[in-house]
Design a protein around this ligand. Structure first.
Ligand SMILES: CC(C)(COP(=O)(O)OP(=O)(O)OC[C@H]1O[C@@H](n2cnc3c(N)ncnc32)[C@H](O)[C@@H]1OP(=O)(O)O)[C@@H](O)C(=O)NCCC(=O)NCCS
Length: 349
């Protein structure tokens, strides 16, 4: 039986460390408030005009490829997960193909926000298991800091997010009980706008009355981005934090149990749970609900904030580099985020 294994993993964190005190210089917030509610002490921000979602992803990819022992010519497919692409289109996948000098292979961009890495992993897993591809490069990268509202108005969102990238090279394995054992993907779009960035966009105010742009003077066009949006500064992400929190603490345990049950395991069998780094309080509640020991859950949100699609590969990479993921370990990845989307993957390292 063919399964998919992670043959190499890498991460890239931009060098600029931004502490909670740094943020308190530009908005009304405090180190105490941020740490108490989220556990975050600092995050990394991309170097302006230098780092982008693609360039950071490419740096992570180079490390993952080197660790997997492959070169650009070996890769036969790219999957790129991000909610902060360099361009509205084309996607970051093709920009990564260009930057890495890869042959004319396929590239797929995944837009599932915090669940993006696991969605991408699941897609790649299907291509490997069917024998279609032998070396898939999966990149997850985010540059939040270029587009957040760093005034007091946007503080509930902007203190949470950070920039960074992670990447893995995926290959087939026939070793029994190794690699990705299962993936589980879910969404519920009924509350899509509770964690969203709808502007600029092509929605024409269809779903939320107050987001309806003024009738433009021209008969065609003029709805994607309007002067009015810029004047009202209505171009930032929105998050109903308490609603997200409530849903996350239900869906995280549910989807982790789904993954464990699919392979007849229990929480006590897990060597390591790597939850998407949404908020340290969410991870702690999940840990309590599943009765996991502290050493069974890996968190690094304290240093990097929430890096959305990139958070799981960054955490997995750091855990592996620190010897917390070893050969044969049972590892569960789990995510919840905007959409809402949620997902899990169970793997034997
Ligand atoms: C965002 C979050 C930390 C906010 O914490 P909360 O306890 O729910 O706080 P609230 O949004 O109810 O706001 C409480 C007060 O703090 C204020 N506040 C919000 N952000 C603040 C900040 N950065 N600094 C200081 N005060 C802040 C609010 O304005 C509000 O003030 P008020 O009571 O005077 O109106 C919390 O809801 C959360 O973590 N939610 C999940 C978010 C998440 O995980 N998102 C990623 C999903 S992938």
């Amino acid at each position: 039986m063919i399964r998919t294994k992670i043959a190499g993993i890498g991460m890239y964190l931009p060098k600029n460390v931004v502490t909670n005190d740094d943020l308190a210089q530009v908005m009304e917030t405090s180190d105490e408030w941020i740490q108490e509610r989220t556990g975050i002490k600092e995050r990394r921000f991309a170097t302006r005009f230098e780092d982008t979602t693609t360039t950071m992803g490419v740096e992570a990819a180079k490390i993952a490829m080197q660790r997997a022992g492959v070169v650009a010519n070996d890769i036969d497919f790219i999957v790129f997960a991000t909610l902060s692409p360099d361009y509205y289109f084309p996607g970051c996948g093709v920009l990564a193909q260009r930057a890495l000098g890869m042959p004319e292979i396929g590239a797929l961009d995944i837009r599932d926000q915090c669940s993006g890495f696991i969605y991408a992993l699941s897609v790649a897993d299907q291509f490997i298991k069917t024998g279609m591809y032998k070396n898939i490069l999966l990149i997850a990268s985010e540059t939040h800091s270029y587009g957040l509202d760093f005034s007091t108005r946007g503080r509930n969102v902007s203190v949470i997010f950070g920039d960074g990238a992670g990447a893995v090279v995926l290959q087939p394995t026939t070793e029994s009980d190794r690699g990705i054992l299962s993936t589980h993907l879910h969404c519920d779009g009924t509350e899509a706008e509770l964690l969203s960035m709808v502007n600029p966009g092509f929605h024409a105010g269809k779903f939320v009355a107050e987001k309806k742009p003024l009738e433009p003077s021209q008969p065609y066009g003029g709805l994607f981005i309007t002067k009015e949006l810029l004047e009202k500064d209505d171009i930032y992400p929105y998050m109903d934090g308490p609603a997200v929190f409530k849903k996350a603490i239900v869906k995280f345990p549910e989807v982790i149990m789904e993954a464990l049950t699919a392979s007849s395991y229990q929480p006590s069998d897990l060597n390591l749970l790597i939850p998407h780094q949404a908020n340290l309080r969410i991870s702690q509640m999940v840990q309590q609900k599943l009765k996991l020991r502290e050493d069974q859950v890996f968190n690094n949100i304290q240093k990097y904030g929430n890096t959305t699609a990139a958070s799981i590969p960054i955490a997995l990479c750091e855990a592996w580099e620190n010897g917390k993921v070893k050969d044969n370990d049972l590892v569960c990845l789990a995510a919840f985020g905007s959409g809402f989307t949620w997902a899990s993957a169970l793997l034997r390292w």
